[in-house]
Design a protein around this ligand. Sequence first.
Ligand code: SF4
Length: 397
Amino acid sequence: MEFIEGLKGLTFQQKRILTEQAQDLVLWGGLRIEDLWPSDYNPANKVEATCIFNNVMQKIDAMRRSPADYSDSAFSSLQAPPSRRTVIEPDFKAPDTIMGRCPCPDESLFLRCCNLKTLDAVQQCAFACSYCSIKNFYSDTAIKVVSDLEGKLENLEVPEGVWHIGTGQSSDSLLLGNDYGTITALSRFAKKHPDIVVELKTKSSRTDWITPDIPANIVATWSLNAEPVVRNEEHFTAPLEARIKAASVCAGAGRAVGFHIHPMVRYKGWESGYRDLVRLLCDSIDPSSVIMVGIGTLTFTKSNLKALRSSGVHTKVTQMPLESIAGKYSYPFEMKKEMFGTLYSYFPQDWKDNVFFYLCMEDPALWEPCLGRSYASNAEFEADMKKHYLDKIRSLS
Ligand code: SF4
């Protein structure tokens, strides 16, 4: 940036930090770092330059600490990203290994992890959630459907102890429904492994894949968010009400369903936004059909942030303190405690009694104050999750 390059008295490192801040300001609503800088800037020495730098950083930090405002007219007048023409590659020759694991660091002491395994049945997504890192994994925008998924799954050697596999880490699991036979192939796999739960995580409203022959251990879960977050950050996904309606159709067919309220965003009015979401959900779905509610928030790696900043997509998801925790950037502990605890408090008692709530990839110390329970280890968490999931699936079968 020419303006930053021309600033006298600052170090290379200070200019690098300012460049990142300037990129964020543009994303949040076309703000310019020049406007935070004194117009008569002419420091006599490095100490004076650093003092002015610190002052500008404090102003930006104050913006990060106040909730993002989606009603801000400068932001709402900005363009959403253009919709992508969906090119489908239906016969993608994937490498033999289509199984992986969730992005938690191995044996993390800092995060409570459920040890989810992943299956890359479809790669890349046509939705465009601003915070999503999946688009950065792939070099082009085509949606690739793994060829001969059925054969690959037939030959898959499932490691000892694996009981929970998700397909939502490489695409939206129901973006293509069963148009290319993905659900048929996964159903065959699930029938062969009745003690493995196959999770289809989605922000779509598709229900046309639901047929009576799909085994009960295939479980669809809907990713939900407060309506302003859906509207401003989850581009081209199904509206909130349509997602909940689809989940209710699925539950009505006698199937277990689940929900991820993730990533929670601390925007202006977040308390009422998430209270309305919980009310809509609880008015629409009976907790006896609900296997889980996973709760989490925005977490970025350095490379996610870099990609987001250079994408030019207008978003407020980086308008947050970006505290560094276990090599990732997120909200500070106390903010998370307030967000997760408040969200959980909105659920009625029959949901708390019947549904497995958990915090996804979060500090173990958040569990007790937010959910009123905790686990001593990841293994204990995983075992309890497994028991709840399988009990609920069997109770509905
Ligand atoms: S729906 Fe999921 S995979 Fe698709 S862009 Fe959004 S977060 Fe990424």
